[in-house]
Design a protein around this ligand. Structure first.
Ligand code: MN
Length: 314
């Protein structure tokens, strides 16, 4: 019995250890394509997919493992490696980038495409790019401008704002060497190897076709996973207003109008502050701005009514 549990423990430890990226001689491996080579037809042809995944991506993986063979830093995750890529030789930069970029690329494509965007992600696209069509147009523009080989990205940047950027070769927004850093959630490969067999030099045709197979559901999930939902704690002006409101309105609901009579001016001031102070990005949208405007107006009116009432002899 003892022996059996010892064996089991050993096996478990072995399995756990094998998940570690530093395990074995080749820490990185080619992820399987989540669909058939011909699944993205007619937009991306089977032969391109086969060569792109089986030859190009495989080569990045093989060469990355080779480049890291004599390095002592194989235990860092791919993301952490990219974040300090300036410390590594060129071969690591190109192949780690190639491996990361293509792993993301296969995931954000799907047969027939889909359009399942979360409400929050859709709102972010509307506010920051004027909608999904305008986003596509701007990404295509950036892709057409990319001279030679590279990528175009939609990433989550500072203050959880989305941004479009383009990088040469196999660089990406994770890398400490790029100008605009962020977390990429959508990447478009604009290397010729991604489209040449079907589209030859017509990059624009490939770019308009690829939107038919984008896995928006996955892009949206990545957004949801990485952009924290807004918390009221991040909004002191709202908390200040709410405090006065609860201290005045709750007693008035119980029939005690005194606190409201005494503090209606303060309440109006807090509502005004709520309107004039900056709104945290997570809440900064038109329906909330409208509501606050109304709240400020109504609080002022209420204050005037209370003052008028206070002058009445009853
Ligand atoms: Mn590629």
């Amino acid at each position: 019995m003892m022996k059996k549990s010892k064996q089991l423990l050993f096996a478990l430890t072995f399995i756990l250890f094998s998940f570690h990226p530093s395990f074995g001689q080749s820490p990185y491996s080619l992820p399987p394509l989540p669909y058939a080579f011909n699944a993205l037809e007619p937009y991306i042809d089977a032969e391109t997919m086969q060569i792109h995944h089986g030859k190009h991506h495989q080569a990045y993986v093989t060469n990355l493992n080779k480049a890291l063979q004599n390095s002592e830093t194989t235990s860092v995750s791919l993301e952490d490696l990219l974040k300090q890529i300036s410390k590594y030789p060129e071969a690591v930069r190109n192949n780690a980038g190639g491996h990361y970029n293509h792993s993301l690329f296969w995931r954000i494509l799907t047969p027939g495409g889909n359009t399942q965007l979360s409400e929050r992600f859709k709102r972010a696209l509307d506010q920051q790019f004027g909608g999904i069509d305008s986003l596509k147009m701007r990404m295509n523009e950036a892709a057409l401008k990319r001279f030679g080989s590279g990528w175009v990205w939609l990433s989550i940047g500072k203050n959880n704002q989305l941004f479009i950027s383009s990088t040469p070769n196999q660089d990406n927004p994770f890398m400490d060497v790029v100008e605009e850093k962020g977390l990429p959630i959508l990447g478009m490969d604009v290397w010729e190897h991604a489209y040449y067999l079907k589209y030859q030099n017509r990059r624009a045709d490939y770019l308009s076709a690829i939107w038919n197979v984008i896995n928006w559901n996955e892009v949206s999930l990545q957004y949801e996973k990485n952009v924290p939902k807004g918390k009221f704690d991040d909004w002191p002006a709202l908390l200040a207003f709410h405090k006065v409101m609860s201290q005045t309105f709750h007693p008035s609901e119980e029939g005690n109008l005194e606190p409201l009579k005494q503090r209606s001016h303060e309440l109006a001031e807090k509502a005004k502050a709520l309107q004039t102070n900056p709104i945290p990005p997570a809440f900064n949208r038109s329906e909330i701005i409208e509501t606050i405007k109304q709240l400020s107006k109504d609080s002022k009116k209420l204050d005037q009514l209370v003052k008028m009432n206070n002058r009445m002899p009853f």
